[in-house]
Design a protein around this ligand. Sequence first.
Ligand SMILES: CC(C)(COP(=O)(O)OP(=O)(O)OC[C@H]1O[C@@H](n2cnc3c(N)ncnc32)[C@H](O)[C@@H]1OP(=O)(O)O)[C@@H](O)C(=O)NCCC(=O)NCCS
Length: 194
Amino acid sequence: MKSYIYIGKEIETVISELAALRIEVFRDFPYLYEGSFEYEKEYLKTYINSERAFLFAVFDNEKMVGATTCIPLMDETAEVKEPFEDAGMKLDEVFYFGESILLKEYRGKGIGKLFFEERERHVAGFGNYTKTCFCAVDRLKNHPLRPESYVPMDEFWKSRGYKKSEVLKSMFSWKDINEPLETEKTMIYWLKKI
Ligand SMILES: CC(C)(COP(=O)(O)OP(=O)(O)OC[C@H]1O[C@@H](n2cnc3c(N)ncnc32)[C@H](O)[C@@H]1OP(=O)(O)O)[C@@H](O)C(=O)NCCC(=O)NCCS
């Protein structure tokens, strides 16, 4: 396996592979995202337009099997910035972590930990950020599509030094695989001081 780093506009060179991987991995609970390339193009534009945006992608032969991203909070969309503004935080000191996605057969080998290390190393390189953060979808405990074997990622995130915020929340919209139209979901932020 090989890994590559893409910064800002370079992300555009692998946009189809990244979109396909996101659609495949986020179809599962808790995301249940019925992806479309139109939605993906719009979403990924934010990263391509940010000079400090970062993609770390893992390939097996020529196939992208894992990816993780991050971007300065200042370069994120209004719905991501809003809760931080409302909480009176300095947006230019925060780096936002996007997805961590890996095809199932490549999980459990430490790549998820590497994803955090690579992103935190990228952020540390700038020297002016004091916090990293990411958000996770808040699903009902008794959601009908929750697999019995599902284990929340909370313990893993805590082990990486992240703490769930009591106040920072955003609403993101997408279409769930079992619903006819897009609906809003609550996303809860996790933060780490660096
Ligand atoms: C998140 C993800 C990238 C982690 O990848 P990974 O390579 O399997 O993670 P690691 O091998 O580094 O394992 C890290 C730790 O988390 C635990 N872990 C991994 N996947 C887990 C899961 N789905 N649920 C709960 N714990 C999990 C592992 O047991 C390990 O703990 P340990 O060190 O105590 O053994 C992968 O599970 C994934 O793609 N999940 C689906 C997408 C997703 O939910 N992403 C997160 C939000 S964007």
